[in-house]
Design a protein around this ligand. Structure first.
Ligand code: B12
Ligand code: SF4
Ligand code: SF4
Length: 339
């Protein structure tokens, strides 16, 4: 099967074919190890596990020879900065059905098509979407099509970086991309300068201890107060270092091959005060459930405080009735700061 036939099948599913790479990293695993040893993963302890598999991805599928790298484009065409009076946003990748489900389903359909069209029945395939210990960007960066930017994101020169990645591992000996693409950032430093917290101060290295995506999505306790001011821009995730990137200025708004949930984003006040039923109705099936109801309410309370929302008091009172960890601590912190 030639690469253009494969690309066509991938495009028919609404995805972007990035390329085919052998299943090993160049220097990237060493880079990852240094990053972990320096504690740049903050509280993401799961990244320390399964070292052997992460180091040698061919262990994920016996006999695997190649990884087909596919990407789901998701830019919603957001402008930056926020419009005057606009409430803090959620990162664009979180505004629709969880990409793990979307890509897993589409990837499985792709494998079925591949098997049917080219009679590859004797070969094995495995679809991964951040569902195994694998360095997705490192593999994708080995394709000819894309490169890693100083914001550490995988960037396609035409499609930008608002791309979610998945890999199809296979025992079929597809032809590999010839050479990887080197970084095309040049002397640009926009993402580093515009990152509000200094998380990208070192070229091509992100410090999760300073990244708003880490604090608002992954962290389970209260959020250190030094990061609060920036929850006036995003209350879940953060897109700033991608919004400012010249490669995303042309990235158009995509027709997503996924269900948009919720139909209308709830207000910050609604998020801060939502009960379990509303939480499920608003965010069930989206990546926002990663922060759980308590994490989303925590973030929304801080955002209400930093944007001086007139309904802050009402929202704080709602926690007295229906609180728990870490909400009660956040309320205490906010009340201490109020006049
Ligand atoms: C942990 C994690 C996070 C952490 C840490 C992020 C980070 N930069 O490492 C936090 C919670 C902060 C995070 C945030 C986000 N994440 Co995240 N995250 C991951 C996860 C699960 C692992 C990443 C990882 O291993 N990091 C460790 C670092 C060291 O590795 P790396 O970034 O992958 O970089 C490798 C290569 O780029 C290469 N490399 C890069 N630079 C250099 C330089 C040299 C000299 C060398 C030798 C190698 C090298 O080596 C690195 C290590 O192997 C991946 C999924 C996966 N399994 O890979 C998603 C993933 C990276 N996240 C993703 C997304 C969408 C996001 C957010 C945009 C979400 C949001 N809007 O809030 C932000 C973006 C923040 C940013 N600027 O990176 C996408 C990125 C897609 C893309 N186009 O790049 C991924 C790939 C998930 C997916 N399946 O699509 N994330
Ligand atoms: S996601 Fe936000 S906080 Fe994290 S590195 Fe990018 S701009 Fe900085
Ligand atoms: S903003 Fe500039 S430096 Fe940062 S990733 Fe984009 S091109 Fe590279």
């Amino acid at each position: 099967m030639n690469p253009s036939q494969l690309n066509q099948i991938i495009q028919e599913e609404g995805l972007i074919p990035l390329g085919i790479v052998p299943l090993f990293y160049s220097e990237s695993y060493e880079h990852f190890r240094r990053w972990i040893d320096a504690g740049k993963h903050a509280g993401l302890q799961y990244l320390e596990k399964y070292e052997e598999v992460r180091k040698e991805p061919e262990k994920l599928l016996p006999g695997a020879k190649a990884a087909i790298i596919i990407a789901l484009p998701y830019s919603q065409g957001d402008n930056w900065p926020l419009e005057p009076g606009e409430e803090p946003r959620v990162a664009q990748y979180a505004r629709f059905q969880d990409y793990h489900q979307v890509l897993q389903k589409t990837g499985t359909r792709l494998v079925k098509k591949l098997k049917e069209k080219i009679e590859l029945d004797s070969h094995s395939f495995r679809v991964l979407v951040d569902t195994a210990p694998i360095l997705e960007r490192a593999l994708a960066a080995q394709t000819q099509s894309s490169f890693i930017g100083k914001n550490t994101c995988l960037i396609h020169p035409t499609h930008g970086s608002f791309l979610l990645l998945a890999e199809i591992l296979t025992t079929y000996p597809f032809e590999f991309d010839q050479a990887e693409k080197k970084s095309e950032c040049g002397s640009c430093t926009l993402c580093q300068v515009q990152c509000p917290t200094g998380a990208l101060d070192e070229d091509y290295i992100l410090d999760s201890n300073r990244c708003l995506a880490y604090w608002t999505i992954e962290h389970r306790g209260t959020i250190p107060e030094e990061f609060w001011p920036w929850l006036s821009k995003y209350y879940f995730g953060c897109d700033i270092c991608q919004q400012v990137c010249p490669y995303n200025q042309e990235a158009k708004s995509y027709q997503l091959p996924a269900k948009i949930i919720p139909k209308k984003m709830p207000s910050l006040f609604e998020v801060a005060t939502m009960d379990q039923k509303n939480y499920e109705a608003y965010f069930g099936g989206t990546p926002m459930t990663r922060a759980k109801r308590s994490g989303l309410r925590r973030n929304a309370l801080i955002s209400l405080y930093v944007t001086q929302n007139p309904r802050l008091e009402e929202a704080l009172d709602s926690v007295t009735k229906d609180g728990g960890y870490p909400l009660e601590e956040t309320v205490i912190q906010i009340r201490k700061k109020l006049p």
